[in-house]
Design a binder for this molecule. Structure first.
Ligand code: NAD
Ligand code: UDP
Length: 308
């Protein structure tokens, strides 16, 4: 098939491009390189099945494709808060443009949505039926509300125009090719530990997250695209850890002498997050295989090879 991956030069997108090229599809990777980089896909450049396009999804584009994976959007709070107006435009105008393309060429289109649609959840763990607890006017809203409107657009194009859609709600995912200055917790802690710098725990570190290794995540996205359930489907690893536990684990696995220091908690930081993956288990016959320790070891090995 001819497959478009928007945000294909980013962390998740580049791993997805790898798998699709391996499966012998013709892959078009589209990216504006805001948080992604050519380095993430340089091993694919020159492969006749792979094509790279510099483009911004807030502008329309005409292409002939059979599948669209819509991943373009900065995912780390530091990056999506850098230019919040651009972030919300990327989610919303990007969705409109990619859905318009899907409608015109009758492509199936998958949206990379997020656990952030649940906001600071009052239901735990979060099933897909939960409508969330989201602040519409806070510093995370450009991302959370942008992704919520994108889901609405996907559902309305489906109901109104019969566009063939899939929606996955991705929970915190980590692994090789995360940007070292990305600002997300796993990359921050590993880089700090390897450089012997203080490990910055925000708040008292009692907030929880559930961390999924990238290979597990990509497998679930690929399965979602090629089965009939449109979603939304939660994808993540239900193993739940406090941020303090994560810091201690990273120190242990790197053998670092770094100290843990507490810094102020950013506003609207969700207190807890854990996916209910019953639906993914049932419809995708999928569950994550890689536990936090194995995944962290692989990620630490990757960051150890980067120049300081
Ligand atoms: P990332 O920042 O590494 O990748 C995003 C990619 O999109 C980058 O290559 C960036 O340059 C590109 N991009 C941003 N704005 C663009 C625009 N206007 N036009 C074209 N390209 C643009 O982040 P990621 O972790 O790989 O996330 C990929 C997708 O998955 C995002 O949509 C994100 O919201 C979603 N997601 C990720 C996680 C996670 O934990 N990694 C969790 C939930 C949802
Ligand atoms: N966090 C932290 N130290 C850091 C970066 C993040 O304690 O250096 C915390 C952050 O406040 C949040 C959790 O780790 O509670 C996950 O943050 P991340 O930005 O990775 O993702 P999100 O908050 O979007 O789940």
């Amino acid at each position: 098939m001819r497959i478009l991956v928007t945000g294909g030069a980013g962390f998740l997108g580049s791993h997805l491009c790898d798998r699709l090229v391996e499966q012998k599809h013709d892959v078009i990777c589209l990216d504006n390189y805001f948080t992604g980089s050519k380095r993430n896909v340089e091993h694919l450049i020159g492969n006749p099945r792979f094509e790279l396009i510099r483009h911004d999804v807030t502008e329309p584009i005409l292409l002939e494709v059979d599948r669209i994976y819509n991943l373009a959007c900065p995912a780390s709070p530091v990056h999506y808060q850098y230019n919040p107006v651009k972030t919300i435009k990327t989610s919303i105008l990007g969705a409109v443009n990619m859905l318009g393309l899907a409608k015109r060429v009758k492509a199936r289109i998958l949206q990379a949505s997020t656990s952030e649609v649940y906001g600071d959840p009052t239901v735990h763990p979060q099933p897909e039926e939960y409508w969330g607890n989201v602040n519409p006017i806070g510093i995370r809203s450009c991302y959370d509300e942008g992704k919520r409107v994108a889901e609405t657009l996907f559902m309305d194009y489906h109901r109104q125009n019969k566009v063939d859609i899939r929606i996955v709600r991705i929970f915190n995912t980590y692994g090789p090719r995360m940007h070292p200055n990305d600002g997300r917790v796993v990359s921050n802690f590993i880089v700090q530990a390897l450089q012997g710098k203080d490990i910055t725990v925000y708040g008292d570190g009692s907030q929880t997250r559930s961390f999924c290794f990238v290979n597990d995540l990509v497998e679930a996205i690929l399965r979602t695209m090629e089965q009939p359930e449109i979603g939304p489907i939660n994808i993540g690893n239900p193993g739940e850890f406090t941020i303090l536990e994560l810091a201690e684990k990273v120190i242990q696995l790197t053998g670092s002498k770094s100290k843990i220091v507490m810094e102020p908690l950013p506003s609207d930081d969700p207190k807890q997050r854990q996916p209910d993956i019953s639906k993914a288990k049932k419809v995708l016959n999928w569950e994550p295989k890689i536990n936090l320790e194995e995944g962290l070891k692989e990620t630490i090995a990757y960051f150890s090879t980067l120049p300081p």
